[in-house]
Design a protein around this ligand. Sequence first.
Ligand SMILES: CC(C)(COP(=O)(O)OP(=O)(O)OC[C@H]1O[C@@H](n2cnc3c(N)ncnc32)[C@H](O)[C@@H]1OP(=O)(O)O)[C@@H](O)C(=O)NCCC(=O)NCCS
Length: 147
Amino acid sequence: MQIRKMKVDDLDEVTYLEQLLFSSPWSKEDFIYEINTNPFGHYVVIENEKQIVGYLGMWLMGDQSQITTIGVNQEMQGQGYGSQLMQYAIDLTCQRKYHNINLEVRVSNMGAIHLYEKYGFKNVALRKNYYEDTHEDAYLMIKEMEV
Ligand SMILES: CC(C)(COP(=O)(O)OP(=O)(O)OC[C@H]1O[C@@H](n2cnc3c(N)ncnc32)[C@H](O)[C@@H]1OP(=O)(O)O)[C@@H](O)C(=O)NCCC(=O)NCCS
């Protein structure tokens, strides 16, 4: 198992997973912008025997980081890959001495919410009508870092 930077060559595999995992999947162009152009973007994949099992996106914003996406192949969920990605995000935020790490999550996404709570994220706000596709609300969740 290894976590490494996402490359453009990975995007066929990543967007294949993305379409299976999300109701409003990002396109290949979205990911290309994030990894090549967005100065805040930090994107990694997690591999098992050279196969991409999952991925994580972050924005590193100078004093805080935001998790923009996290996904694990449905057939490989429940085996700790999501936790490894989450630990990676927290470790990087800690190394940068940022004050917090935050994210938004659909209020119905209990699996992801459990994962975030397990890693110390607290639900601090409700963003009404946040998602364009279903108009679902989002929780803003934050983990304060000890700096
Ligand atoms: C959320 C996600 C990344 C978790 O990845 P994973 O590899 O299954 O996570 P892990 O195996 O490391 O599990 C970590 C914790 O997540 C929680 N969890 C994961 N799936 C769960 C589920 N279906 N129901 C309840 N809790 C769940 C549990 O608390 C688990 O801890 P435990 O093993 O101590 O019970 C994965 O389910 C996924 O890709 N979901 C679809 C995409 C998505 O919704 N991403 C989040 C967008 S905000």
